[in-house]
Each structure stands twice: as C-alpha cells, then as structure tokens.
Design a protein around this ligand. Structure first.
Ligand SMILES: Nc1nc2c(ncn2[C@@H]2O[C@H](COP(=O)(O)OP(=O)(O)OP(=O)(O)O)[C@@H](O)[C@H]2O)c(=O)[nH]1
Ligand SMILES: [Mg+2]
Length: 303
C-alpha cells in the first residue's frame, strides 16, 4: 500500500486533490458485451495492462465526459505506447490541448471575464490570497447592478483591500503600473452572443495592460463553452479557468473550451473566497477525468 499526504483546507479541496493526484483506483474490465462495463481488478503498481484494455478504458472515460471526437481520436492514436490509462490520457491531453500557468501572484495583471455566476468574483479572492504576494489593486466593472460590487468589497475588506470602481463606459482608465503591484479586475457577467460587451472588455484590458482570462463553470455544456471561447479568443484571451470543479460530474465544457483553443490554467474547487484555486496540468486533469468517469453513478444514462 502507498500512503500519500495531501495538504487541503477543507473536504472539497481534499477530495479534489486526492482524485487529481492518485487517478483511477480501479480498471474497467471487459463486461461480456452488455455495454455497461464493471470495475474489477485494482490497479497495482507496476502491473502492465494490455494496450487494448487501457485504450478501451480511456475511450469510455472520454465518451463519458462527451469529449470532442477529434480529441478522443488523437488521444487513442497513442494507445500502443502507454502502459496505463493515466499516462495514455496525460500524453494525449498534452499533445492535443494547451495548458498554461497563471503569472506569479506578485506579477499578475488579470481581468476575469465570463458568463453571469461563473464564479469570477469568488475566484478574485482566491487569486488575491495566492502565495503571500503584495496587496493587489482590485477593480470591478460590476458596480451598477444591485449587489454586484458589494460581494467583492465585503470580502476584500476582510482581506484589508479596498475595491475601486471601474467604469466601462468612460474612456479614461486609471494608470496602474506593474511597480504598483498586482492588478486584478472583476467584471460583470457577459452574454457570449453579445459581442459588443466582449469587445468593450477587450478594449479595457488593452488600456489597462491586463490579460483577459475566461472563467467558465465546470457544468457548462459544450456548445455554450465553445460560444464563450470564440468570443473570448476574439478579444485576445488565451487562458481558461474553470470553477465549481468540486460539483461537476463531467468536464464536458472544459474539454470543449480547451479543444476550441484556450489554454487550461486551473480551476476552483470550493466556494470559499480565500482558498481552493488549483493549477491544472495534463497529469492532474487526466487523473481527475478518469476518476470522475469511475465515480459515475449507475443512474447515469451513459454508465
Ligand atoms: N462549490 C463551488 N461553488 C463555487 C465555486 N466558485 C464559485 N462558487 C459559487 O458560485 C456562485 C457564483 O459565484 P460568483 O463568484 O458570485 O460568480 P460571478 O461570476 O462573480 O457572478 P456574477 O458577478 O453574478 O456574474 C456563488 O454561490 C459561489 O459561492 C467553486 O469552485 N465551487
Ligand atoms: Mg461577480
């Protein structure tokens, strides 16, 4: 038996870390052709499985997440070379999707954009709380909607940070240089079909010298995710953050958005304001995808 110690602030974070670090704990074996599959032999360290069995498990897992077919095909192209599911999926994801790292906390100049209730404001707190960085400048465009900025100011004031209003309608934006510390901007939710809102955010990001980052909730469906991705790419967004990873049973939207061109940087795994941001690498994402597929419930139509 192997023991691994993980450092987490709550159970949601611990559950995510365990799934992302350990990967699938069982192997799906032949089900006698009834299409249901069943779990049997535990994956023992160092035990190699036939390539076809490994590929079958990875393929079923990707279909469980409704992964784009092109992604499934390209992952499975590597089937002969990888002895276990996590490695096959990791190398496949690495070759097929883009991954990125957020800039270090003390150098971050980011603007979070995305659909209403994506988790942008909650993520602001997680980013501010990263790694003992100098106090960030916090701006928000979400101040004319009842309660919009209040959620941010209340939480930021607990961290001793003042939130400034940013008016999207005016052309003048406060110049905040890199020497003045990190700069994080929260924005009001946008509709992917309303491209002028996206364009306005793009201009603002350029004027302030910040990188727009698309925030999507993990439960978003593939079509919506691709719509948002296209609108975000059109204003120069390169990076994707995914929230509510602790609540999603399938990562359909994440895979669709990444397949459409955004680089996966990480996600959020708790509703807590001050912690629970996790970077996602090909390995941790592969482990998490396989683990979720294994956890599927018998009531799932595709189980
Ligand atoms: N379980 C869980 N809940 C989350 C996570 N991130 C955000 N939430 C919850 O999702 C809801 C929406 O979060 P907000 O941060 O207000 O989302 P927003 O994008 O700022 O929303 P608008 O400003 O209204 O567009 C809140 O109830 C959060 O507590 C997460 O990672 N896990
Ligand atoms: Mg908000």
């Amino acid at each position: 038996m192997r023991l691994k110690f993980l450092d987490a602030d709550d159970e949601r974070e611990a559950a995510f870390l365990a799934a992302a670090a350990l990967g699938p704990t069982a192997l799906l074996v032949d089900d006698g052709g009834d299409g249901q599959g069943r779990f049997a032999s535990l994956l023992a360290d160092g035990v190699e499985r036939p390539a076809a069995e490994v590929a079958d498990f990875v393929e079923r897992s990707l279909h469980y997440h409704d992964a784009p077919l092109d992604l499934v095909r390209r992952v499975l192209d590597r089937r002969q070379r990888q002895p276990d599911p996590t490695r096959l999926l990791t190398t496949g994801l690495k070759a097929t999707l883009k991954f990125a790292r957020l800039p270090k906390a003390n150098r971050a100049r980011l603007m979070l954009i995305g659909p209403p209730a994506a988790g942008k404001t909650t993520l602001m707190g997680k980013l501010v709380a990263r790694g003992g960085a100098p106090t960030a400048h916090i701006l928000s465009t979400d101040w004319d909607r009842p309660g919009g900025i209040a959620q941010l100011t209340d939480s930021m004031s607990v961290l001793g940070i003042e939130t400034e209003r940013l008016d999207l309608a005016t052309n003048g934006v406060p110049p905040i240089s890199a020497e003045q510390g990190p700069l994080l901007i929260d924005t009001a939710g946008v509709d992917a079909d309303n491209r002028s809102d996206f364009v306005a955010l793009g201009h603002l990001a350029q004027a302030l010298g910040v990188e727009p980052v698309l925030v999507l909730p993990a439960q978003i469906d593939a079509d919506e995710a691709v719509n948002f991705t296209k609108a975000a790419l059109a204003i120069g967004t390169k990076t994707l953050l995914v929230t509510r990873l602790d609540m999603a049973r399938r990562l359909t939207g994440l895979l669709a958005a990444a397949h459409a061109g955004l680089a996966i940087a990480g996600g959020s795994v708790t509703p807590n304001f001050a912690y629970g941001f996790k970077a996602l690498s090909p390995t941790s994402l592969a482990s998490y995808l396989l683990e979720l597929a294994l956890r599927r419930r018998p009531s799932d139509p595709s189980a």
